[in-house]
Design a protein around this ligand. Structure first.
Ligand SMILES: NC(=O)C1=CN([C@@H]2O[C@H](COP(=O)(O)OP(=O)(O)OC[C@H]3O[C@@H](n4cnc5c(N)ncnc54)[C@H](OP(=O)(O)O)[C@@H]3O)[C@@H](O)[C@H]2O)C=CC1
Ligand SMILES: O=C(CO)COP(=O)(O)O
Length: 317
């Protein structure tokens, strides 16, 4: 039986896709969709195409703007309007600083009747652009929408899994950016493999503590968007967040690092929002707290390491 007859989302025909945000990840996803013969229009505030032109006829709108652009872009898309059947996909890894909510929650608030799908995983764009294989996860409150997005993007070089915990998938990708900064510091200080393994393992514990408090499922953090992305970004100099941490370890000031950074390191703003939230709810996240103090210039990288090593001894939980 043709599964398309049962699904409101026909899967194997080329579709029209509007990508809002023409940064490196938006362009990479446009390439992946183009490989599947979908018709892709990219809207960027610097480009020639207007937003209504980009959105016209699109059955999938993918937001690849950085966190600071999500609210303004949601408002602009709202002003244009979307067909009721249009599926919204968000790939932003960040937290809104004023409302302390995730990008998908911002999209869902603005478009309550639409299916919103989160796409996240260990997806360093430079590797994907080189044609190297990668896997990712798509998750939504509407499983059919997630399956459709899986079909749209799956290819021999991009393997897409579905997941039924959109919040966990989104938070995995977002929270690991803070640990990627910490991992960059660890490598920049040449603290060794034991220290790095301890950092990532305890970092994952912090991600799960925060994520489950928020309502995500613990097991989601052991998947591609959690542990997978943690391993990728914490071990790769291609990660902008890792680069920030690595250079902080060289005692470079943050403003100078950001002056030369190519693209966005979302972990910087995420750290601030995360630590405020954890303090309000008394959730212990010692590694993220040290990253926050370091980013604020209140401690040196070596002081951060000492502070973590000299915490009260406790059971591993
Ligand atoms: N690069 C990667 O490997 C991956 C990135 N991500 C996530 O995807 C998101 C985008 O990343 P990436 O493409 O690398 O980042 P970039 O910094 O390369 O691009 C960010 C994009 O957001 C746009 N933008 C920012 N603010 C606004 C605004 N107010 N209005 C309109 N557009 C705006 C920028 O436009 P302009 O150029 O005009 O400033 C730019 O096109 C981030 O959240 C990142 O964490 C997720 C997985 C992989
Ligand atoms: O999220 C990413 C890969 O999955 C990209 O990481 P950076 O934003 O640190 O470059």
């Amino acid at each position: 039986m043709n599964s398309n007859l049962l699904s409101p989302f026909p899967s194997d025909t080329p579709i029209a896709i509007a990508i809002v945000g023409g940064g490196v990840w938006g362009q990479t996803l446009a390439q992946l969709a183009g490989d599947r013969h979908h018709q892709v229009k990219i809207w960027s505030r610097r480009g020639d195409l207007t937003l209504p032109e980009a959105l016209a006829g699109a059955s999938l709108v993918l937001s690849a703007v950085s966190m600071k652009g999500v609210k303004p872009v949601v408002e602009q898309v709202q002003a244009c309007g979307l067909e009721p059947s249009t599926v919204i996909v968000t790939v932003t890894k960040g937290l809104d600083p004023s409302d302390r909510i995730t990008p998908s929650q911002l999209w869902q608030q603005a478009f309550p009747q639409h299916s919103v799908v989160v796409l996240a995983g260990p997806n360093l764009s430079k590797e994907i652009n080189q044609g190297l294989p990668a896997a990712t996860t798509v998750a939504s409150q509407n499983p059919q929408a997630a399956q459709w997005v899986q079909q749209v993007f799956s290819s021999s070089r991009f393997r897409v899994y579905t997941n039924d915990d959109p919040l966990g998938v989104e938070l995995g990708g977002t929270l690991k950016n803070v640990l990627a900064i910490a991992a960059g510091v660890c490598d920049g200080l040449h603290l060794g493999t034991n220290a790095k393994a301890a950092l990532l393992t305890r970092g994952l514990t912090e991600m799960i503590r925060i994520g489950t408090h928020w309502g995500a499922k613990p097991e989601t953090f052991y998947g591609l968007s959690g542990l997978g992305d943690l391993l990728a970004t914490c071990n790769s100099p291609l990660s902008r967040n890792y680069q920030v941490g690595y250079q902080l370890a060289q005692e470079k000031p943050l403003w100078e690092i950001l002056d030369h950074l190519e693209g966005t390191a979302e972990g910087i703003n995420t750290t601030e929002v995360l630590v405020q939230l954890a303090q309000t709810h008394h959730i212990p996240i010692p590694i993220c707290t040290q990253v926050d103090l370091l980013l604020q210039g209140k401690i040196s990288p070596h002081q951060a390491v000492h502070a973590l090593m000299l915490r009260d001894i406790k059971p591993e939980s």
